[in-house]
Design a protein around this ligand. Structure first.
Ligand code: HEC
Ligand code: HEC
Length: 460
């Protein structure tokens, strides 16, 4: 019965004959949804109860809602800003998918981009070991503001082209972004300011990742490279505001958030300027009275009940099923994914905890292709900005489930933390540091093998 709900339904579904037998296709266990079109990331987990689906829909409406300036007649959605990057969650996570970086060089990325933001900090750590915000620009560069308050400024990007060659002398090129901050309203940037560009990642499977036991993740860590394979993997330990304790980080590009709830409340504050019980203070510079005294949409601006709906929504977006499993090339690519060492970081399979509070997500066999650990990816990808225990060269292995549907959902194939890679091959070619051996295995492989690996990844 549960499977039928997943298989039947609206346009865009695969027919039951196309759906492979239960097993490898079910990347999200019984939460898996059989959609391969632009709605593939937007479905409720297939095994939610009817009342859970209705909670999901309420959460969805707040995820898509445009927040407005306070005071407003619609008090349930006022309180935008005073400083912000976007007016809705869905502006950055378009169709529950990924943000889109600028195609080429531009002086104002916000004019043509949604979903690329810049975390800021100065040397040192806060009382919980987290990044220290800039005294004037805070923890994030805000390109928008409500009337009467100046936004931080604008960000421009230029792309430098880096040429390279595969083992068979086929040529490729990569784009390295360089950012420039201008029209600065709050004075020159601190000479020691550290900036981390980050693109909005897809929203699928978050609750499943939260439901993995700490021990299963920590068992994969190898900080001293005892097995000598050049791949380490370190956990990030970050501050949990609810538990008032330091716990394992799993969300964000540096595993800098401990839970979906804190990630979502952090996004409300940092990205939209909406306070909550978790983050009750606006991110205003101490001397900016205009920002501190701006009208609020309530104390806090989003109450715990509505926040809980959005958090439930963020936890229960279904993971799309794999496709083309029986294709010979896909199977060959899957083997190469192991041979090239990709799976030592993009860890294939976990069981979720049987005691996770959302029963539909508990006890599932899932295939996210991540270890949720930090890896040194070399100087080319470095942001040089520590985030709790993550250093300036470390990034969390991103999940690869759904990666083959990015184009169908978001109409682009830009990858990596800042969206610099124009497709899967470029993303692999940027791997260095702990990912170097793997990248070289790919770069030096024959054209047929490279194509097979990419076919496999597009089947995810
Ligand atoms: C301005 C663009 C933007 C907006 C608006 C935004 N996000 Fe995000 N989101 C991001 C970025 C960038 C990241 C990665 C953050 C990091 O690495 O620190 C992210 C990460 C996340 C993650 C974790 C994803 C993962 O793979 O670990 C979740 C969940 C999430 N956002 C939910 C939300 C919700 C809910 C809202 C609305 C309250 C929201 N976001 C609004 C840009 C945005
Ligand atoms: C040492 C660990 C490690 C190994 C080995 C590794 N990766 Fe990655 N991979 C990462 C990390 C970390 C990132 C994120 C880097 C960033 O965003 O700057 C990443 C990013 C990616 C991305 C982009 C994902 C996204 O959401 O933007 C793809 C695709 C990918 N890897 C595929 C592969 C393939 C294929 C291989 C084998 C040839 C491989 N990786 C080997 C750690 C690894």
């Amino acid at each position: 019965m549960l499977l039928l709900i997943g298989l039947l339904g609206a346009p865009g579904c695969l027919s039951p004959e196309q759906a492979p037998s239960l097993g490898d296709a079910y990347s999200g266990g019984l939460t898996t949804v059989f959609y391969a079109n632009h709605l593939a990331f937007s479905q409720p987990a297939a095994n939610l109860s009817l009342s859970e689906v209705s909670d999901f829909r309420v959460g969805n409406s707040f995820f898509e809602r445009n927040w407005v300036t306070a005071p407003s007649s619609t008090t349930a959605r006022d309180g935008l800003g005073p400083l912000f990057n976007a007016v809705a969650c869905a502006s950055c996570h378009a169709k529950d998918g990924r943000g889109r970086p600028p195609e080429g060089s531009t002086d104002d990325i916000s004019a043509e981009t949604v979903g690329l933001l810049f975390r800021l900090s100065i040397p040192g750590v806060d009382e919980h070991g987290g990044p220290l915000p800039d005294p004037r620009y805070g923890g994030q560069f805000k390109t928008s503001s409500i009337p009467g308050i100046e936004p931080h400024g604008k960000v421009g990007v230029t792309y430098e082209t880096i040429e390279g060659e595969y083992g068979d002398s086929e040529r490729y090129s990569l784009l390295a972004p360089h950012y420039r901050f201008h029209e600065l309203a709050y004075g020159e940037l601190d000479s020691e300011l550290m900036v981390s560009p980050r693109i909005a990642p897809p929203m699928i499977g978050m609750g499943l990742l939260e439901a993995i036991d700490d021990d299963a993740i920590l068992a994969l860590a190898d900080p001293d490279d005892r097995d000598g394979d050049g791949v380490r993997g370190r956990p990030n330990w970050v501050y949990d505001r609810t538990r008032k304790a330091t716990v394992l980080g799993r969300f964000g590009w540096k595993a800098n958030q401990p839970s979906v709830r804190q990630q979502v409340a952090g996004a409300f504050l940092g990205d939209i300027g909406i306070t909550s019980s978790l983050f009750s203070q606006q991110d205003c510079a101490p001397e900016r009275l205009d920002c501190l005294e701006a009208p609020t949409g309530g104390e806090p601006e989003i109450d715990d009940e509505i926040l809980a709906f959005v958090v439930f929504y963020a936890k229960t977006l279904g993971v799309p099923a794999r496709r083309d499993l029986d294709d010979v090339e896909v199977r060959r690519g899957e083997k190469l994914f192991g041979t090239f060492g990709c799976a030592s970081c993009h860890h294939r399979e976990f069981e979720t905890s049987t005691t996770y509070p959302i029963p539909a997500l508990a006890g599932q066999t899932i295939r996210p292709y991540t270890d949720l650990l930090l890896h040194d990816m070399g100087p080319g990808l470095a942001d040089h900005r520590p985030d709790f225990l993550a250093d300036g060269q470390q990034w969390r292995t991103p999940p690869l489930w759904g990666i083959g549907l990015l184009e169908a959902v978001n109409g682009h194939t830009r990858l990596l933390h800042d969206g610099r890679a124009r497709g899967i091959a470029e993303a692999i070619l940027w791997h260095a540091g702990e990912g170097e051996a793997s990248r070289e295995a790919f770069r030096l492989a024959s054209r047929d093998e490279r194509d097979a690996l990419l076919r496999f990844l597009r089947s995810l």
